[in-house]
Design a protein around this ligand. Sequence first.
Ligand SMILES: [Fe+2]
Ligand SMILES: [Fe+2]
Length: 275
Amino acid sequence: MSTHTYSQEELTLFKEIKNGKTFEASEELPPFYRKHLLNLLWMQGDSEYSGALGYMPWIAKAPTLQEKVLVAQMVKDEMRHASVIYRLLDELGQNTSDHVNKSDLGYKLDEDQINIGFKRLKPDYRVNIFYYDIKYWTDYILFNFLMDRAAGHQLQDTFNSSYMPWKKAIEGIYKEEVMHLAHGDKWVKILSRDPEQKKFLQERLNLWWPRVMNIFGSTLGASNDLYVNLGLKQRTNGEIRAVFVKEIEEMCEACGLTLPVYREEDQPQRETASL
Ligand SMILES: [Fe+2]
Ligand SMILES: [Fe+2]
């Protein structure tokens, strides 16, 4: 539970939003609202952008020509998502092109067998799963299967966002994420049919599972009801995570894969307070 107590002004804002108040780019946003909106938009923008760069090498490395076309399409999708979200940030007076030029959003970890928990590695805003390198085609598939699915669930929460420009942008992005996760589902089934490939898939799933679970943040510490109160999310991260886990559990069971045990309290913690 959060120990933060809200001011009367903040509580009034929560109430107005609960009663259906929305915001447009052209109007003056309450500073408190604006700050948290910017957090979420920067997180999404940088994640889309570094996600596109992470997928990019797989245009060349995908196993067939048809798959190269599909990967190229996904890279285009993610770059487009980044440009849409960065445009929203620019409208709010942020300088995204300066940020992109100065940041190292293509940076990926060299180490393969590593779990950074909730740690941040660079002064950018990406969700920290985008620091890991996609090393094998199996990883690419798991990224579609796990991360694009998790992103889809998080985007659903933006359908009713109190920030109208974001709400309008999200529908197209969501549709494309659904195609990415369907690609993951298709390939998880293909790989699971071959005993050798399945063994490797299980190995890589064990590695990627805590990484993807960590994107939902820590549900042990400060609660993220704040975003819900601001109408920027509909559900807490813990609630979204539960829906996501249930879906993955069913898919894994159908394919004969085992989900490793995930313990939030075992994950390496970040040094500074989380957003
Ligand atoms: Fe995306
Ligand atoms: Fe995606």
